[in-house]
Ligand binder design. Structure first.
Ligand SMILES: Nc1ncnc2c1ncn2[C@@H]1O[C@H](COP(=O)(O)OP(=O)(O)O)[C@@H](O)[C@H]1O
Ligand SMILES: [Mg+2]
Length: 344
């Protein structure tokens, strides 16, 4: 059975194809172990979570280890390096590479926030993006809901398959040309749970902002994690947000949480462009009568509370749910968002 030192030596034969240096020297091998049955396990800390060279390095490491006598199986877990580790290994190398930010030209960043989940924040982010794209704007969506990403599903973008290299990560592009970045594009399948902890989430959001080749955008919409969690705060502190759209539902509870969000925004000095009360009423297809399924509207009241004149109400629209669930949100039309679109 090989010793840890021998395993390390063997892993020196595996290199990161992008950086041209071996994974041991790069400090990418962590928690290397071998058990009594010959199972070798370690964590491969990637320079970027969606590193396109990931599977090649995994295969090379597996083959190198399995070639050793006594090694029966290999289990590789993926992790990501901290900013500090990255800087250490990329060192001068990175300084020679132009910062990606230098290529990105993003005119406006608009974040979509809600007091709680399930009120239609992602659907409205997508509808806003679609409407802007239809009017000829160059649009991107940064899905900052790292542990509950749903933007790719709405647009029918497949899990995995995100491309990039050391210069940066390339966003996926929808049928109508909207650029999308999301953790759901990095996991092997749509149902894979992202159960990362705080620091990893923070790191990912920073990368989504700094290391994605967004190119020239008129508007970058940010689908925030629900509520006033740390994750939402991190996004607001990391990304220079120009304005926020608050999504709510008629339930008073949701509104109370939105008020909390408002106090967070005040502290950060970010203006609220408008309030969208989603699923505000159901227009009866036969009579046109508006039924207040979730109770009376609080849109105006809420708009006042957050200092905006724009209080919109969107109906319950089963076609949004259906088109969203089948990856065809770009085919949806939902009048009523015009006032906010004018402000973006
Ligand atoms: N106006 C609407 N009418 C009907 N269904 C909607 C509407 N807005 C959102 N939905 C549905 O409600 C569910 C939650 O919406 P989603 O956008 O994922 O919310 P969030 O991002 O706030 O968690 C989804 O199934 C979505 O299709
Ligand atoms: Mg969502």
């Amino acid at each position: 059975m090989p010793t840890i030192d021998q395993l390390v030596e063997q892993l020196r034969k595996v290199s990161d194809p992008e950086l041209g240096r071996n994974i041991v020297e790069l400090g990418m091998v962590k928690d290397l172990q071998i058990d009594a049955k010959g199972l070798v396990s370690f964590t491969l800390a990637l320079t970027i979570p969606g590193c396109p060279m990931k599977s090649q390095m995994e295969r090379d490491a597996r083959m190198a280890l399995l070639a050793m006598e006594g090694v029966k199986d290999v289990k590789i877990t993926f992790g990501a390096m901290s900013e500090e580790d990255r800087r250490k290994i990329l060192g001068n190398n990175q300084q020679q590479l132009p910062k990606l930010n230098a290529f990105n030209k993003i005119d406006k960043v608009i974040a979509v926030l809600s007091g709680k989940g399930g009120v239609g924040k992602s659907s409205i982010s997508a509808l806003l993006a679609c409407a802007l794209a239809r009017s000829g704007k160059k649009v991107g969506i940064l899905d900052a809901d790292i542990t509950g990403p749903s933007i790719p599903r709405l647009f029918g973008l497949p899990a995995g398959g995100l491309k990039g290299n050391d210069m940066g990560i390339l966003p996926a592009v929808t049928h109508t040309g909207i650029k999308v970045i999301s953790t759901n594009l990095m996991v092997p399948n749509e149902d894979a749970a992202v159960i990362w902890r705080g620091p990893m989430i923070t790191g990912t959001i920073q990368q989504f902002w700094r290391e994605v080749l967004w190119g020239t955008l008129d508007v970058l919409l940010v689908d925030l994690p629900p509520g006033t969690s740390d994750a939402a705060l991190t996004v607001m502190q990391t990304i220079p947000v120009n304005g926020v759209v608050l999504v709510s539902s008629p339930q008073l509870l949701a509104n109370m949480v939105v008020r909390k969000a408002d106090s967070m925004l005040k502290q950060l000095n970010i203006p609220v462009l408008g309030v969208v009360e989603n699923m505000s009423y159901y227009p009866c297809p036969d009579t046109g009568k508006q039924h207040l399924i979730f109770g009376p509207s609080h849109a105006e009241e809420l708009a006042q509370a957050v200092n905006t004149d724009v209080a919109l109400q969107l109906p319950i629209n089963p076609s949004i749910a259906e088109l969203g669930d089948t990856g065809r949100i770009e085919e949806a039309t939902q009048p009523g968002l015009e006032k906010i679109l004018e402000l973006i």
